[in-house]
Design a protein around this ligand. Structure first.
Ligand code: SF4
Length: 347
């Protein structure tokens, strides 16, 4: 880890994000600070789950600071404001509430900036941003996952920082792309393209680069993090857009969120998205990976698998165009449903 951090700083990375829930991650970072990594070279974020009262939060912040071997956090994020109950926790303004503990830590200088991460619905994200309790938001977004664009627009309007979670992995497994995607992104790699799509957007402040060894960071040094898309990058964007149009309308399902709620809680729009990516760009492995997380990650990846559909027809009647959603869901399940994924940590 020490050499990875050294390399990260050498290629220009200046922000590290961890969490109380990420196993020994905070302690490893604390050891790195003791071992020679300069604390002032890095902006440091850790995260706490939305639970507990002011006293718990006060204690958890101190424990994180101790593990991290520092006396202040540049940023603290509420980790996974994923449900409306989590938002209630955020909005509880009583003296003993968890957020009061955070306000105290901001007042006494242990925390400089407060934000939140969310894997919840767009509607929830917008509500949390509109609570005006936070200075930054961590969310999923990318070329292959554009549902949260209105949340980015709102955060930008409010002058909030925007941090994109896991663009290389959850954003499309771009480090292991299928041949068709490589061809469409050429001469960029899909990973370079994915980073550039985000960093060229002036509303996006930063993103995570999930490297576990120094060699994985070499390409980061060459990624332009400021300018808008250049001619070559716009050609890639055009090629990807055009490829999506080649799929016949009967097979290209719109991710129509107004079809929800489903009585069986099937993750209809997400399954449609995965099917479209597999059909359009050959991203079958990514579709299997994400589909495999359904029903196995709780509120971190909500909704159930396609085989739960009982063909009631509720969603079909809400689609703007006639679409056989139950049979599409059956098809997706037979293609992607062979495995169950697993989250790396527990909450
Ligand atoms: S047809 Fe299937 S997916 Fe659609 S609402 Fe009914 S159970 Fe849900």
């Amino acid at each position: 880890m020490f050499s990875t951090l050294e390399k990260a700083i050498a290629v220009g990375i200046n922000h590290v994000e961890t969490a109380r829930s990420y196993g020994n991650s905070e302690s490893y970072l604390g050891q790195a600070f003791q071992g020679g990594i300069k604390r002032e070279d890095l902006h440091l974020t850790t995260k706490l789950l939305p639970k507990g009262n002011a006293k718990d939060i006060d204690q958890w912040i101190d424990e994180s600071l101790e593990r991290l071997n520092t006396n202040y956090l540049d940023m603290l994020a509420i980790h996974g404001v994923n449900t409306w109950e989590h938002l209630e926790w955020v909005l509880d303004d009583s003296a003993a509430a968890g957020m009061a503990g955070i306000d105290q830590a901001i007042a006494d200088g242990r925390i400089n900036h407060l934000g939140f991460s969310s894997h919840g619905s767009l509607e929830l994200l917008l509500e949390v941003i509109n609570s005006d309790r936070f200075e930054f938001v961590n969310l999923h977004y990318g070329y292959f996952l554009q549902r949260n664009e209105p949340a980015i627009a709102l955060a930008d309007e409010k002058d909030m920082g925007v941090f994109i979670i896991s663009p290389a992995d959850k954003g499309g497994q771009l480090y292991a792309p299928p041949p068709k995607l490589m061809e469409l992104c050429h001469p960029l790699t899909p990973l370079e393209w994915g980073y550039r799509f985000l960093l060229a957007d002036p509303r996006i402040t930063t993103l995570s680069v999930g490297s576990s060894k120094p060699s994985e960071l070499a390409m980061v040094a060459n990624i332009d993090d400021g300018k808008s898309l250049n001619f070559q990058e716009r050609k890639v964007l055009d090629a990807l857009d055009q490829e999506a149009l080649k799929i016949s309308p009967s097979e290209q399902y719109v991710q129509y969120y107004d079809c929800l709620p489903c009585p069986e809680d099937v993750a209809i729009p997400e399954i449609l998205r995965l099917k479209n990516l597999a059909d359009t760009y050959g991203m079958e492995d990514y579709a299997k990976y994400r589909y495999g997380m359904l029903e196995n990650a709780g509120h971190w990846f909500p909704g159930r698998r396609g085989d739960r559909c009982n063909s009631c027809g509720n969603c079909v009647s809400k689609f703007p165009e006639k679409a056989d959603i139950p049979s599409m869901l059956r098809d997706a399940h037979s293609r992607f449903g062979e495995t169950f994924g697993r989250r790396l940590w527990d909450d």
